[in-house]
Design a protein around this ligand. Structure first.
Ligand SMILES: Cc1cc2nc3c(=O)[nH]c(=O)nc-3n(C[C@H](O)[C@H](O)[C@H](O)COP(=O)(O)O)c2cc1C
Ligand code: SF4
Length: 627
């Protein structure tokens, strides 16, 4: 996607990009993404050139280009407009707006204009649900799309103005923090948490390791400093905020104890779950806290290098994040001998994704970091022992690192005082959909769904989808349930549907999301998610029967038993939840028959009948049951 539109110089741009990335194979995705940005596509010739320069098979380069939605071997036009197509975008009329823009630009969705100027299409959720509908133009996010804003965008495109010269207010994305607590209202200055971690425990042993590259190499007893901080993380009972709720201290300890000299810390900022946008806000306004948590983690596990994997849709945050990293290097909060502590050296680089939801799965993310297609690995072994480049790697969510920084600064007891006995601390909730005040709500664990609905001004609520499509859909009889690992575990999405919404359509949108985002590696998911989406379309078209609903339950069992990763396992969740809780929404669409084929066989033979000039009964497939 070209951000600087006019006259790119292919050879010069490509040379500079390859140079900047040292022609390292693991930088392949970053190289391809930057080429895409500068030249608008990655042509076959350029792919071959990159393969030669990186000493990689051409098939590997082609495979990566084909895998990621934001890379392409052919031009999409100098301007590529992608409408976010989450359920909340649909509720806000994104499809009418897409039609409006296509009419203004005289083109069909999905097809570049004949002069190669512009193309318009859809993409999965862009993380702007609180200020949607959203879209991306050449990779830059624009919120709050309206007809008026689209008219302006059409004018700018038709006059050929580079996206970098478009009015800044088009790109103004707000945080929308509606309730702040210990994370969003934290009192830490940059470096406070790292200083606290360094100060904790017996520093004489840290000094003993002076002039060596790591404590491990110094072959001295583990310094008390890192272990003391690990103990605080343990006593805080911190659990991961990325969805699975894994115990953070156990993960860090396993990585610390794993065999190997080099360790890595990875921050998962892929945030692709439709309806989730809390990491966007942490990265936009609390980047220091995120990097602080990563640095504390590096100190505990003994890592020298870290990565922040930023979803491609948040590319617009890259500049500010790089500036924060540069400042932290100047302030000796990153780099060699951090804060003058010999042997404690750590730095962070940012990798930007290229439009693949599955890359949020931690092993797929590591593949992507290594410059490959984001296909989830077989597990075990787990990243803590065999992660980046098969070395011990700790992967945590953005919010988990923020909580870890707070714990390093204030201690486990302080942290545990908030929340429930089994779920310590707070949770950032991304509230969107049918409510008066969508935005970020940081609430103590234990808060009920009803309380959150009241805070956000939701009325006549029919359902809430908790944790996005891979989570749980609940109705009013469950609104007293609590946001907590022991009840409603969540990565943070909280999407509200009022009584006017067709819950069948909600589930249909999610079914299409999974079919679109399945990486295609394993057959059960590749085929199963497509069957699910086709079945929902069949029901939508009025050809569904109760039998189809039973088939979805069977499909879910197959996917749970045989899909390779969590995407496949959870893909039937929203459909099954809504069938269970909102069955009348399905029955409205069902035909009153026991069985209706999804495919009209007799209709498909129409062309053959025309060609042979036959229309007698023998040329039709009978619909009568055989006697
Ligand atoms: C399909 C899929 C997508 C995921 N997306 C994300 C994501 O965007 N962000 C995230 O932190 N975890 C995501 N996860 C969970 C990660 O695999 C991993 O559990 C998490 O990053 C660990 O961090 P935590 O322990 O701090 O929660 C995803 C998992 C699956 C199966
Ligand atoms: S379950 Fe789906 S997303 Fe996961 S590996 Fe299989 S095809 Fe890919």
């Amino acid at each position: 996607m070209s951000i600087a539109s006019p006259a790119p110089q292919p050879a010069a741009a490509l040379g500079a990009i390859l140079e900047r990335h040292d022609r390292r194979p693991e930088q392949l995705l970053q190289i391809l993404r930057e080429v895409q940005e500068h030249l608008g596509h990655v042509s076959d010739d350029i792919q071959a050139h990159i393969a030669r320069e990186l000493h990689l098979p051409l098939t590997r380069v082609r495979g990566v280009v084909g895998f990621y939605a934001f890379l392409s071997a052919t031009p999409w036009g100098r301007y590529r407009v992608l409408f976010s197509d989450n359920i909340t975008d649909r509720m806000q009329g994104n499809m009418d707006l897409l039609d409006h823009l296509c009419r203004r630009l005289l083109l069909e969705p999905g097809h570049p204009s004949e002069d190669g100027l512009v193309s318009v299409d859809t993409t999965s959720c862009t993380g702007l649900c609180d200020q949607g509908p959203g879209l991306l133009v050449n990779g830059r996010a624009i919120p709050a799309i309206s007809r008026e804003r689209l008219d302006l965008i059409a004018e700018l495109i038709l006059e050929g103005r580079p996206v970098t010269a478009w009015p800044a207010e088009l790109f103004a994305i707000v945080d929308n923090v509606c309730r702040a607590d210990m994370v969003l209202d934290n009192d830490l200055d940059p470096g406070d948490a790292v200083r606290a971690a360094l100060a904790r425990g017996d520093m004489s042993q840290v000094e003993q390791a002076a002039n060596t590259r790591s404590w491990r190499e110094a072959n001295v007893a583990p310094p008390q400093g890192p272990l003391a901080t690990l103990n605080e993380i343990r006593s805080a009972n911190l659990r991961g905020r990325g969805g699975a709720g894994f115990t953070t201290a156990y993960k860090w300890e396993s990585c610390r104890n794993a065999q190997g000299e080099q360790r890595y810390v990875v921050c998962n900022a892929d945030e692709g779950e439709p309806g989730t946008f809390k990491d966007r806000v942490l990265l936009a306004s609390h980047a220091d806290l995120v990097f602080e948590g990563m640095t504390v983690c590096a100190y505990v596990v003994g890592a020298g290098r870290g990565f922040l994997y930023l979803r491609g849709e948040y590319r617009y945050l890259l500049g500010a994040l790089e500036e924060t990293l540069a400042r932290r290097r100047r302030d000796h909060l990153l780099g060699r001998d951090i804060l003058g502590t010999p042997g404690f050296s750590f730095d962070i680089e940012i990798h930007v994704g290229a439009g693949a939801y599955v890359c949020g799965e931690e092993s797929a993310l590591i593949e992507s970091l290594e410059g490959k297609r984001g296909i989830p690995r077989n597990r075990p072994p787990y990243p803590v022992t065999h992660g980046y480049l098969q070395r011990p790697t700790t992967v945590n969510n953005v919010e988990t690192f923020c909580a870890a920084a707070l714990i390093a600064a204030h201690g486990g007891d302080w942290y545990r005082a908030t929340g429930t006995p089994k779920s310590a601390g707070t949770k950032l909730m991304s509230v969107a959909g049918d409510c008066a005040r969508p935005g970020i709500y940081e609430v103590p664990f234990g808060t009920t769904v009803a309380e959150l609905l009241a805070m956000s001004g939701a009325e006549h609520t029919q359902a809430v989808q908790i944790s996005g499509p891979s989570g749980t859909c609940i109705g009013p009889d469950e609104f007293e349930r609590r946001i907590a690992f022991e009840d409603l575990a969540t990565a943070g999405a909280f999407t509200v549907f009022d009584e006017s919404r067709d819950m069948f359509e909600v589930a249909r949108n999610y079914a299409h999301f999974f079919a679109h985002e399945s990486c295609g590696f394993c057959t059960p998911c590749r085929v199963g998610t497509t069957i699910l989406a086709a079945t929902m379309d069949k029901i939508h078209d009025g050809h569904g029967t109760p039998y189809d609903l039973e088939e979805i339950a069977t499909l879910d069992r197959v996917l749970n038993q045989s899909a390779h990763c969590g995407l496949g396992h959870t893909s039937c969740n929203p459909t099954l939840d809504t069938i269970k809780r909102f069955r009348p929404a399905y029955e409205l669409h069902l035909k009153d028959l026991d069985f209706e084929p999804a495919f009209d066989l007799d209709g498909a033979l129409r062309r053959a009948r025309q060609m042979t000039g036959r229309d007698d009964p023998g040329a039709h497939l009978t619909t009568e049951p055989e006697s």
